[in-house]
Design a protein around this ligand. Structure first.
Ligand code: FMN
Length: 398
């Protein structure tokens, strides 16, 4: 399954580079996120702007002079797979020998994900013992080489060396990544975003939650094959398999979550649900001329407690946004009886609302805590699912 998968698309300098643009389009159409990396020679054959327009990502061409201080390691850590299309004889040789003088080969050497390479070159180059030895070595590394086919070659020649068709390569990548559907058959409920409590038809009491953390959790589970329902008060991710239920108020959030929570295996409640709401919100807009209104508040339903109290409840993960000490989060975890609580200090730089990164502390049912370092929300989501999987397998947390 390619939806939501992160593909580093490597392009080296052969005529078949033009096919990389079409392959990028196929990956994007199947829902993958694609970051292109080009060798200097590849730029002679295919305009980086073409790839940028198709993928929405500016291709990385060199290792130096970029905003990113370590593009190769960041790309390698980000990728679910690296796909090299076309792989020239020179690039195969660099990869086989662990050379890293360009962004593509450095990224591959730094990566631990699957690597797929589609060689393309003249028959003599392909059949040369040096290339044969390099291909053998790369296969020993566990890389998947997509053999070139017989057909028309550059310069009017014909023979073996023509790159495999992009559709074939994309199907293969799909198959390789589809094998990792670790959450196949798991039913997941996630909530996200900040609720809005109406004061009048125009105004509301809200909070700063962007929904990014909950979205990342939903996407991570869906990408691993889980069936995911996302109840959200924020903008949902564009994902082909996630069922989205849009809500606005805490009451709507509670109703939508409670009616589904009994039918899932895991519920991760990452939404920032209002604690209080106006007792009444009139049908007409409050007027400035009438002076400052007195707004009486009442508690909203406790969504997390409602799920925790279900007789046959799912594995339950709560979130707690704090400002300053996390003591209250630890107390909340124990009071509410959740299986895991993810606490974060939303007042910290790079953590919490609106940010693409987060720094969380995991609170276990026995009160012990484990801080996780600052990381991208997508990485925190992946790590959280690994932890949930471990705990569910061990039965430790219940
Ligand atoms: C017109 C032209 C076409 C080329 N086509 C190929 C090719 O299909 N396969 C290949 O291995 N090298 C090909 N080369 C040679 C590579 O561009 C050259 O080896 C280059 O250094 C590869 O660098 P890279 O692997 O860093 O992209 C071609 C060169 C030219 C001038």
């Amino acid at each position: 399954m390619l939806a939501g998968r992160r593909i580093v698309l490597g392009i080296s300098g052969g005529v078949a580079a033009y096919k990389a643009a079409y392959l990028a389009r196929l990956l994007v159409e199947r829902g993958a996120r694609v970051k292109p990396v080009m060798t200097q020679s590849a730029v002679e054959f295919l305009g980086p702007q073409t790839l940028a327009a198709i993928t929405g990502e500016q291709p990385v061409v060199g290792l130096f002079g970029l905003d990113d201080v370590s593009p190769h390691t960041h790309l390698a850590q980000w990728a679910d797979a690296i796909v090299i299309v076309p792989a020239t004889a020179a690039t195969l040789s660099r990869l086989a020998n662990g050379l890293t003088e360009d962004a593509l080969s450095a990224t591959v050497l730094a990566a631990q994900c699957p690597v797929v390479a589609a060689p393309a070159m003249h028959t003599e180059m392909w059949e040369h013992p040096a290339t044969t030895a390099n291909v053998k070595r790369l296969e020993e590394f566990g890389y998947v080489l997509v053999s070139p086919e017989y057909g028309a070659l550059a310069g009017g020649d014909e023979g073996v060396g023509r790159m495999a068709e992009p559709d074939t390569i994309v199907d293969l990548v799909d198959e390789i990544l589809g094998g990792s559907g670790a959450m196949e058959g798991v039913r997941v409920l996630v909530n996200a975003g900040g609720t809005r409590e109406a004061i009048d038809p125009v105004r509301y009491i809200g909070n700063r939650s962007s929904g990014k953390m909950g979205n990342a959790i939903a996407v991570s589970a869906a990408n691993s094959g889980a069936s995911v329902v996302l109840v959200t008060a924020a903008k949902p991710p564009d994902h082909p398999t996630i069922e989205v239920v849009a809500v606005e108020s805490a009451q709507e959030m509670a109703d939508a979550v409670w009616v589904r929570a009994g039918n899932v295996d895991v519920a991760v409640l990452a939404a920032a649900v209002a604690d209080f709401r106006p007792v009444s919100s009139g049908d007409a807009k409050l007027r400035r001329a009438a002076g400052p209104p007195e707004i009486e508040l009442e508690p909203t339903p406790d969504v997390l407690a409602g799920v925790a109290n279900l007789v046959d409840r799912p594995f339950l993960v709560g979130f707690a946004a704090e400002t300053g000490s996390l003591d209250e989060a630890v107390a909340k975890g124990q009071r509410k009886g959740v299986d895991l609580l993810v606490a974060n200090d939303v007042a910290r730089v790079g953590s919490g609302f609106g940010s693409q990164t987060n720094e969380v502390t995991i609170v276990f049912p026995d009160g012990h805590t484990t801080p996780w370092e600052l990381a991208d929300k997508t990485d925190i989501a992946d790590r959280l699912w690994s932890l949930i999987g471990e705990l569910m397998r061990d039965g430790d947390a219940r």
